[in-house]
Design a protein around this ligand. Structure first.
Ligand code: 13P
Ligand code: 13P
Ligand code: MG
Ligand code: MG
Length: 383
């Protein structure tokens, strides 16, 4: 039996700036998904948030890019915007809904989408990650560690099912093209691309031995769609685990040394990606609207449905006190980076700042610039 997991997220407004959605928004979405479960459109639906982003996790039998499932997500976000976010004048109401032109798919309209269709195994553990105050390229280091680094994933070395490696579908976000890279043979090529996370992001991963889908990540960049800064594209990702895939412990190990990611404060800064517990209410941001954070939800997929630790409630994979140590480290890195103020690399590089409000400031200085003759300048420097 083929099951599809669709994770669709959007920031359609939040309380206290970019902090957290209003509970009425989440309850509204829960009702929409429950109704869709009632009609049989989806098998199960779970609603949560990571920081100010609302995340819909749905399972169904309709395949990826299904117009009905996408319409369900789209109307849910539209209605939440109109009926709750605007009513309470929440911050950034409808922020991620860039266009009204829905024609069967939410891709390109603002919301982030990660989808994976697969034949259910005898037992199918799945992890859904959601991050806030960052961008799709934030998954590059973790996905590299999980599926290509033998230092992270023991199974790549000692499990014959993983030994043949994986294929990475890498998206060029600027040129809108993609390339399949096979590891371990082409691991240096992979790093050559994904080492530039603002441009190259991994959208899918397949097991090399049989092309079985292993992971999917959202890759939308709102600023590239809109041509200006409209909030960051806080990403989501689905990873399958165990029995021929990396173990759950190997998957979450990839977050033990926090990568520095882009998208913090005004979408213009770099900060450490802090793994947090959603059960303990750590999935909200504060310090300088951050630091960027990530939650991990663990489920079993059973006959098309999400099975968690208590009904549909997922396992909270960063709840273990072990992660307190990582959070402490991330906080130290965050304060350290902030000590640099508005200097690169704490602030994003020039190219990425093009999509923020900085060009408006620089524009003012333009008339004051005077040409400098190369020779004259060199002379002055030599003296
Ligand atoms: P599998 O049963 O998925 O092969 O996992 C083995 C294991 O020990 C996980 O840590
Ligand atoms: P969001 O992209 O999460 O809305 O945050 C915008 C921001 O950068 C706040 O500082
Ligand atoms: Mg926001
Ligand atoms: Mg956000």
């Amino acid at each position: 039996m083929k099951t599809t997991i669709s994770v669709i997220k959007a920031d359609v407004g939040s309380v206290a700036g970019h902090y957290k959605p209003h509970s009425e928004m989440l309850n509204y979405a829960r009702k929409k998904l429950a109704d869709a479960e009632g009609t049989g459109l989806i098998y199960s639906g779970y609603v949560t948030h990571c920081g100010d982003d609302i995340v819909l996790v749905m399972t169904h039998g309709r395949g990826e890019n299904d117009p009905e499932v996408h319409l369900l997500a789209w109307t849910t976000f539209r209605e939440i915007t109109e009926k709750v976010a605007k009513k309470y004048k929440l911050y950034g109401a409808g922020q991620d809904l860039l266009s009204d032109a829905f024609s069967g798919n939410v891709r390109g309209l603002g919301p982030g989408v990660a989808e994976l269709e697969f034949n259910e195994r005898g037992s199918d553990p799945v992890i859904v990650f959601a991050a806030d105050k960052t961008e799709p390229g934030a998954w590059n280091i973790p996905l590299y560690r999980i599926f290509a680094s033998p230092d992270n994933t023991a199974g790549l070395v000692i499990d014959p099912k993983l030994h043949e490696g994986f294929r990475f579908d890498v998206l060029d976000l600027i040129e809108s093209q993609s390339v399949l890279i096979k590891t371990p043979e082409e691991v240096y090529d992979l790093i050559a691309l994904i080492g530039t996370p603002g441009r190259y992001a991994i959208s899918k991963i397949f097991r090399a031995s049989d092309n079985e889908p292993a992971a999917a990540a959202s890759t939308s960049r709102l600023s590239l769609i809109a041509g200006r800064y409209v909030g960051k594209d806080d990403p989501v990702m689905i990873v399958r685990a165990q029995a021929g895939f990396p173990a759950v412990g190997e998957v979450i190990s990839a977050f033990a040394v926090p990568p520095i990611v882009s998208g913090w404060m005004r979408g213009s800064h770099r900060g450490p990606l802090m793994p947090v517990s959603f059960r303990k209410g750590q999935n909200v941001v504060s310090f300088f609207d951050g630091p960027p954070r990530v939650t991990a939800m663990g489920w079993q997929i059973s006959n098309g449905r999400l099975v968690g630790v208590d009904g549909i409630e997922p396992a909270d994979l960063f709840e273990d006190p072990f992660w307190d140590h990582v959070r402490q480290k991330a906080a130290e890195i965050a304060v350290y980076l902030r000590s640099m103020g508005e200097f690169e690399p704490a602030r994003l590089g020039h190219e990425e700042m093009e999509y923020t409000t900085l060009p408006l400031i620089l524009e003012k200085l333009k008339p004051r610039f005077r040409p400098v003759k190369e020779g004259v300048r060199e002379e002055k420097v030599a003296k």
